[in-house]
Design a binder for this molecule. Structure first.
Ligand SMILES: C[S@@+](CC[C@H](N)C(=O)[O-])C[C@H]1O[C@@H](n2cnc3c(N)ncnc32)[C@H](O)[C@@H]1O
Length: 234
């Protein structure tokens, strides 16, 4: 569904009124969060993606009963989002913006298209040190070819504030996300699951997946990779 499944989504939106709200999902991926909110709360969700393949995939995976509640769109310019000012009740992003080097133009656009009083909810991977990753995260980026940009929680809050957001709240979530990733690694290690995975994706893919999840779990456990939850308001 999404990293951490339903528990992680429930925790991310704790205290947020979602029923029948209009929401934007920045980096919707395969649409797991959008489907969950639309089904459970009748939230009307637009999912934005920079990857055309994921827009097609999430659209084709949309359950028939949710087809009037969710839609997925491609975008390329985070400084210009094609939505009217004061449009959304809720804007959220889960596990995405670590990939975006310059977050300020996007945050300013998100502020513009959020209704006054609307909520911004971001779950992201951060670094304890601004512009610097520790060794495990560097190793992960090098081996997987990821471009992760290291932003510290206080710098992230500053960027949100500079975009206009107020009532910015920050919570550390890496302990629970370490458990989510550790449980995936444990699942992969289980003999039956390992055989199934290898039969479908090959032994090399299994080894890489296990190594990756184990490294992510360890980075989070040791505080080298932070998972931060921000709630803010326009
Ligand atoms: C780890 S996945 C998370 C997907 C989804 N949010 C979830 O929780 O299941 C990261 C996603 O972010 C997308 N992405 C990366 N950079 C992005 C950007 N600047 N704007 C929107 N999406 C982006 C990727 O294509 C990918 O689908």
């Amino acid at each position: 569904m999404s990293e951490g499944g339903a528990n992680a989504i429930d925790e991310m939106f704790h205290g947020i009124e979602l029923n029948n709200k209009i929401a934007l999902d920045v980096g919707a991926g395969l649409g797991g969060v959008a489907f969950y909110l639309a089904k459970r709360y009748q939230t009307q969700v637009t999912g934005l993606e920079i990857n055309p393949w994921l827009v097609e995939e999430s659209t084709s995976r949309t359950p028939v009963d949710l087809s009037n509640k969710v839609n997925f769109m491609l975008y390329s310019d985070s400084a210009h989002l094609n939505f009217q000012t004061n449009h959304f009740d809720i804007i959220y992003s889960k596990g995405v913006l670590v990939h975006l080097e310059n977050k300020s133009p996007l945050f300013k656009e998100l502020y513009r298209i959020l209704k006054p009083g609307g909520k911004l909810i971001i779950n992201d991977w951060l670094s304890p040190v601004q512009e610097q990753w520790n060794n495990k995260v560097k190793e992960l980026c090098e081996s997987e070819g990821f471009a992760f940009y290291a932003v510290s929680p206080s710098n992230y809050s500053d960027l949100l504030q500079q975009a206009g957001f107020k009532h910015i709240q920050h919570q550390d979530k890496q302990a629970v996300y370490a458990q989510y990733n550790q449980s995936i690694a444990d699942w992969l290690r289980n003999e039956t699951n390992a055989e199934l995975f290898k039969a479908r994706f090959g032994s090399k893919a299994w080894e890489e997946a296990l190594w990756g999840y184990q490294l992510i779990a360890a980075s989070m456990q040791e505080g080298e990779l932070l998972v931060s939850l921000f709630h803010a308001q326009k």
